[in-house]
Design a protein around this ligand. Sequence first.
Ligand SMILES: [Zn+2]
Length: 508
Amino acid sequence: MCDVNSPSVKWAKATVLCASLAICSMPGILWAGATEPEPVLRHSEVVFMYAASEEAYRAYGATFVAWGGAEKAEQVKRHHDLGIRCTGSMWCLTAGAENIHKDPKLRAACAVDIEGKPVEVPWLFDHTYEGTRSYFGCTNNPEFQRLCRERVREAMAGGADGLHVDDHLGTAGAAWWQGGGFCDYCMKGFRAYLKTHATKEQLQQAGVERIDDFDYRTLVRKYATTREAYKKVQRQVPLMDLFLQFHAEAAAEHTRQLGQLAAEVVGHPVWLSANACLPNKTHTYVVKYLTHVICEVGQNAWAGTKDIDHAIEAYELATTLGKPLAATASGQDWAFVKQNNCEDLVRFWIALAYAHGQRFMAPHPQRQWCFNDKLGTHWYAAPVEAYAPLYRFIRANAGCLDGFEAIDVKDHKPTAPANVLVTVRKNSASNQIVLHVLNRDYDAGTKSIKPLPNVDVSLDKSLISAAQPQAKLLSYDRPPQQVDLIQNAGTVRVRIPELKLWTLVVLE
Ligand SMILES: [Zn+2]
């Protein structure tokens, strides 16, 4: 299956050829000759966050630009001419400090706290205009919704293949974490939500007598009258779970409507993604409306490879939710990378995502977003030669990735040395198994992954067919190797002579 003439590779090539027609690979629309709808993102996809030079695209083997950069017709054409699918992007976070400062209508459409004061976006502390801060827009307020729709029209004006919605939570983000979500429109929406989602008992316990007159702010003020006090007691306020759920559902519906508008603007179905930061629960509500997820997944860079459970959980949750995901690290992670120049760690993140069936977006050659409290927003220019070989390896071995799924190995987990991570993936059409073997022996002092000699990985015999005497070892930084499988009573063992970062073990 890893052969370039395999059906899945041919299919991928055909899709790339007709990508400029867009329609042929829309989710749910069958490509002629195919028996299943083409996924928006195949596993072997190489995704850029933002637009880049043709040179960078070629170096990486780019197939998709996920976070905007193709808002104008000439930008869309440029990408299609290169065989790359592309998106327009907009955000629902804020109208921006300058707009808020100059436009009273937008000023009145910000998310507000229990005191009626606008709620500032903490990580935009360095984005102010003549003393006005960047406040959350309220995605339940028609005026801010109007601005979001205008942004969608601009983002899709060039006829991009998809729309990416950044900060899709809008006022829900302010409600969940910043003490916001209390404007008149939010109250009206919550009242309607309670009518369909609250039980009689819940309303009685909260002391709601007549739902039509109910104003949640009156109830909240019995517990706290300032934002500061509210943040301390928020979880004790009755109906709070429903309040937060309402906000998340309302934001998800808002995103769905933006996707619908995008399709109307271009006159054909479009892909819809959002920066839905899995595995966080608040971000899961929107996933049902998306074709794929493009998001930041925290990698805890400061802990080396020790604290990666969160990232694995994100990749597995996307698989469970049935949506392909392409991740980047958090702004804090990238600030750490820029400061410490730890390229091996980034290569580990890339391998980790692909080993779990998802994708890690190509670190951008000019504009990889970094953020920390000291410097605020700044940028990392990721050296192409440091990362591109890994992505070229992924493209060259698409046949070992596409069509494979994680198999449940709960009862017969492969055994491997400590500091070696193994995932087992199977192509159910061909019955082929590929193991992804990752070396997580990262030394923060030398900023490198220490190669491990003679790494033995044992598999339960029931996972493979008896006719597989050999395995092929594929790595991005060495030629393929052929090794014999060692058969024992109940297990099969493969020995990797040297595990550098990531080896695919293709059982043949
Ligand atoms: Zn509101």
